[in-house]
Design a protein around this ligand. Structure first.
Ligand code: SF4
Length: 333
């Protein structure tokens, strides 16, 4: 058994100070970290409990019309907040698609951003090859069972996917992550927060050592009327996405004024389908336009041995999610 010290932080500054010690981990809801510790995957020497820091557990309007969601807001509270439900329905849908009600009641928004891949080889230290767990050790997944793994943006070092549903919606909504660290406060555009694996798959995010997430800021709502989060998975609840799509539209009749598409379950980070968005802007939501955009979104896909099905599944899911966001009938997945 390894000794772990525990400290309760009273404010952001003391939490950041405490995290200067090597081997320190922040603990909020603990829904992922404790699993990792029990499995011997994470081995912090010190836990800094951030759950008693005041001011990080509220949801507040921003002067520009946006919304600030504190890092300690529970997933269930964020999902069911009246303003989030009404103005950011994409976020509510994505949050409610994740995990179980019990886990959503414990898990925090900041922790959701930090949750680690569910690659089976990462979670089982009996597989010694895992560059994410042990840099330089190899990747057991590449020659293993790859049904759940990445089809976009993978590297020769790691083919894992990000498991968060919430993050897919936040990527589509152009959220901003606020952090506080030894060098002060800064903001990170959501698209820059999670990393592709490259040659450092041990790093999931661009957070610097000792930085603490303090909030997620949403821009003013643009997609209250037309948004849909589609999650395709092996069973109806408590399963991670094979493919998910966050789709949001501003429409003028059947013409697209503005569109956002982000994919989950396909890459090491939430994957914005920028080319598909550009193709659809100013166009009608015809079947032909939707299918061309969906095909373009997956043009760079490089499936693994067991997951070629994800390419077509993602294309069909994009079409279906956009149709559902627009209130159109149909779409297949
Ligand atoms: Fe580890 Fe990534 Fe390979 Fe999974 S895919 S075994 S997380 S290196």
């Amino acid at each position: 058994m390894e000794a772990i010290s525990y400290e309760r932080a009273s404010d952001v500054a003391s939490a950041v100070r405490a995290a200067q010690q090597r081997g320190t981990a922040f603990i909020g809801g603990g829904t992922n970290l404790l699993d990792l510790m029990k499995g011997g995957v994470a081995r912090p020497v010190r836990l800094v409990d951030i759950t008693h820091i005041r001011g990080l557990d509220t949801i507040d309007p921003l002067p520009d019309g946006g919304l600030r969601i504190g890092a300690l807001v529970r997933n269930s509270d964020a999902a069911n907040h009246t303003y989030v439900r009404q103005r950011y329905p994409l976020l509510t849908q994505a949050l409610l698609a994740g995990a179980s009600a019990q886990l959503r009641n414990m898990a925090t928004v900041g922790g959701n951003l930090m949750q680690r891949t569910r690659c089976y080889y990462f979670y089982d230290p009996a597989f010694v090859q895992c560059n994410k767990r042990e840099p330089g050790s190899g990747c057991a997944a590449i020659d293993g069972h790859t049904r759940m793994h990445a089809i976009l943006g993978a590297s020769a070092q790691c083919i894992a996917v990000n498991p968060s549903d919430m993050s897919v919606a936040l990527a589509a909504l152009d959220a901003v992550v606020r952090v506080s660290g030894p060098r002060g406060e800064r903001t990170i555009a959501f698209g820059d927060f999670h990393r592709l694996p490259g040659d450092r798959p041990d790093l999931d995010t661009t957070l610097q050592p000792g930085e603490l997430i303090t909030s997620v800021d949403l821009p003013p709502p643009m997609f209250s009327d037309h948004a849909h989060y589609l999650k395709v998975r092996d069973r109806a609840s408590y399963a991670f996405a094979l493919v998910s799509v966050a789709a949001a539209l501003q429409l003028d009749g059947n013409t697209v004024k503005s569109v956002r598409i982000a994919l989950g379950g396909v890459a090491h980070k939430p994957w914005r389908a920028n080319v598909a968005e550009q193709m659809l802007a100013g166009q009608t939501l015809s079947d032909a336009n939707l299918q061309s955009a969906a095909a373009a979104a997956l043009r760079d896909a490089r499936p693994q041995r067991d997951n070629a099905f994800k390419v077509q599944l993602a294309q069909r899911s994009i079409v279906r999610a956009l149709k559902q966001a627009a209130g159109q009938p149909g779409g297949v997945a």
